[in-house]
Design a binder for this molecule. Structure first.
Ligand code: PLP
Length: 385
């Protein structure tokens, strides 16, 4: 039976692109820990020459991701930032990128502190306000960089509307789909050209591997990415591909639980007198609640909130939880808590952070798949301590 894109997502997570290994019949793709491959005669090989270019464990992961994101091509990298860098290297000096203002701090750092030095120009915009986009487009604009939901304020961008506008000007739309995952949102089906992931997060799902991926159905960009990937060599190791692939098998199941638990925690936070503001796209008071319901199938496990008080109180909450571990990153089975101003977004200048709306008393949660009551009791005691 062919595993087609018509199959349910949960089935695809387990089967898409996966075949028993040809020699032994091993059901799980083995870790092909090899750098090179025997050739019967010069240039006569079985599709694999050297592992910077291709590796069978990586191919299996790419086949899986390709199916999940409804793409014709997928490429895996050593990290999400490596994947982002490859896309930037596909541009030329003088090219202009319009990017969401509320981006993962490391992506913004890469843009402003690395690629600006090579002549790429960036405009950071609140892309949740559609009307701002048209004014920012210039003749040099080659790419629109979207993160939706954004990190850490969980703003949404209307991917379909942005893609339609971009098409009028022949501009490429890239969506960082790390927070939503293909379980909850499919940017290519909404008109975007490229999807990028930090597979370190929900895709891997167990906080034990760092990785990145790019998916597209644009043949010209696929050729560019393949060339850049092979030339630069920021590829993941076979063992990391194996771990990521293993994580994907439970992606559908995990995302259901992340959504359920996050929704429960959000409802409790919203009622708590010491919480000033909660950021959660499926909150009926979220300015893009209607968009959330049409663009996404669920919230994922991400919630941000502002505690009454200041940075000191926010840091204390992060210190006092027992089940929520105070740590960077997100998307693992275990719950994490962090303080964006001093952790994930510390690389952004304070004035820019405040301009975007990242309050010093903001806390970000990655709600895991533990028992939701245990999680709330832990968070509650830390807030009230
Ligand atoms: N994109 C988002 C939304 C992220 O949160 C991160 C990391 O936190 C990245 C990209 C970068 O990924 P990596 O840490 O795998 O390089």
């Amino acid at each position: 039976m062919k595993i087609s894109q018509a199959m349910d997502f949960a089935t695809q997570c387990i089967h898409a692109g996966q075949h028993p290994e040809k020699v032994t019949g091993a059901v799980m793709t083995p870790v092909f820990q090899t750098s090179t491959y025997a050739q019967t005669s010069p240039s006569q090989h079985k599709g694999y020459e050297y592992s910077r270019t291709h590796n069978p464990t990586r191919t299996a992961l790419e086949e899986s991701l390709k199916a999940l994101e409804h793409a014709q091509f997928a490429f895996c990298f050593a990290s999400g930032c490596a994947a982002t860098s490859i896309l930037m290297l596909g541009l030329n000096p003088g090219d202009h990128v319009i990017a969401l203002d509320d981006l993962y701090g490391g992506t913004r750092r890469l843009f402003t502190k690395v690629f600006e030095r090579f002549g790429i120009k960036y405009t950071f915009l609140d892309l949740s306000k559609q009307e701002l986009l048209a004014q920012a487009i210039t003749k040099q604009t080659k790419m629109i960089w979207v993160e939706s939901p954004s990190n850490p304020l969980l703003k949404l961008v209307d991917i379909k509307a942005v893609s339609n506008k971009a098409k009028e000007h022949n501009i490429l739309v890239v969506v960082d789909n790390t927070f939503a995952t293909p379980a909850l949102q499919n940017p290519l089906l909404l008109g975007a050209d490229i999807v990028v992931h930090s597979t370190t997060k929900y895709i891997g799902g167990h906080s034990d591997v760092v990785g990145g991926a790019i998916m597209t159905s644009n043949p010209m960009w696929a050729e560019k990415i393949a060339f850049l990937s092979n030339s630069i060599g920021a590829i993941p190791a076979p063992w990391d591909c194996f771990l990521t692939l293993r994580g994907i098998k439970t992606l559908a199941l995990r995302m259901k639980q992340h959504c359920e638990n996050a929704s429960f925690i959000y409802q409790n936070l919203r009622k708590h007198p010491q919480i000033n503001r909660v950021y959660f796209p499926f909150d009926p008071e979220h300015p893009q609640y209607v968009l959330a319901q049409s663009q996404m199938k669920g919230s994922s496990g991400m919630i941000s909130f502002v505690i009454e008080g200041n940075e000191i109180q926010a840091k204390k909450v992060c210190e006092n939880t027992r089940l929520f571990t105070c740590a960077e990153s997100l998307g693992g089975v275990e719950s994490l808590i962090e303080h964006p101003s001093s952790m994930t977004h510390a690389s952004i200048a304070k004035e820019s952070r405040h301009a975007i709306g990242i309050d010093d008393a903001l806390i970000r949660l990655s709600v895991g798949i533990e028992d939701k009551n245990d999680l709330w009791l832990d968070l509650k005691q830390a807030i009230e301590k």
